[in-house]
Design a protein around this ligand. Structure first.
Ligand code: S3P
Length: 181
């Protein structure tokens, strides 16, 4: 019998690492809810992320994101897809509430930019003239923090279902009593 209880799963990683699609898949497998930080921020602000950045600036977005993340980390039976920058602030992954398992979905800057380009204009931080250079720099800064997630899953050449299966394998081993659908 597992003595610990899993209450929530927190996915972190760079833009385009698949947090939303993998998060939905894992949530479906568990019959849990999936909640995306960005979606909650947009609902609260009543505006899409690029417009929040444009009209209020990044610090305003970060403050809103922090407040919403604090609330979501109190939910149970949820898979949480964080925004790519949320985990990058110090202490974020070391201060998660008990019952949280953290996964870093790792991706290269090349792959991140390729995936992000499927939705042009959706990532203000990659909107400049050289998205690959920007992504490489940001990812190099953030990787040490992302790495402090308890688990790392490589998403580079993996499908959403592959990554989701890997997470299921890890959690099944760690929490043998966890019920999957
Ligand atoms: C950001 C990532 C985005 C979004 C915002 C800032 C970042 O989320 O929160 O554009 O700083 O990496 P995704 O990682 O879901 O794209």
């Amino acid at each position: 019998m597992s003595s610990r209880r899993l209450e929530r799963i927190l996915l972190v990683g760079f833009m385009g690492s698949g947090k939303t699609s993998v998060g939905r898949s894992v949530a479906d497998r568990l019959g849990w809810r999936f909640i995306d930080f960005d979606t909650e921020v947009e609902a609260e602000a009543g505006a899409p992320i690029p417009r929040i950045f444009e009209e209020h600036g990044e610090p305003y977005f970060r403050a809103l994101e922090e407040r919403i993340a604090d609330r979501l980390l109190g939910e149970t039976g949820v898979v949480l897809g964080s925004g790519g920058g949320w985990a990058a602030a110090p202490g974020r992954l070391t201060d998660v509430p008990a019952g949280t398992e953290t996964f870093w979905l790792a991706v290269s800057p090349e792959q991140a930019v390729a995936r992000a380009s499927a939705r042009p204009g959706s990532r203000p931080l990659l909107a400049g003239p050289d998205p690959l250079e920007r992504a490489s720099k940001l990812l190099a800064e953030r990787a040490p923090v992302y790495r402090s997630a308890r688990w790392t899953v490589d998403t580079e050449d993996a499908s959403v279902e592959d990554v989701s299966s890997r997470i299921q394998e890890i959690l099944t081993r760690e929490y043998p009593d966890l019920r999957w659908k």
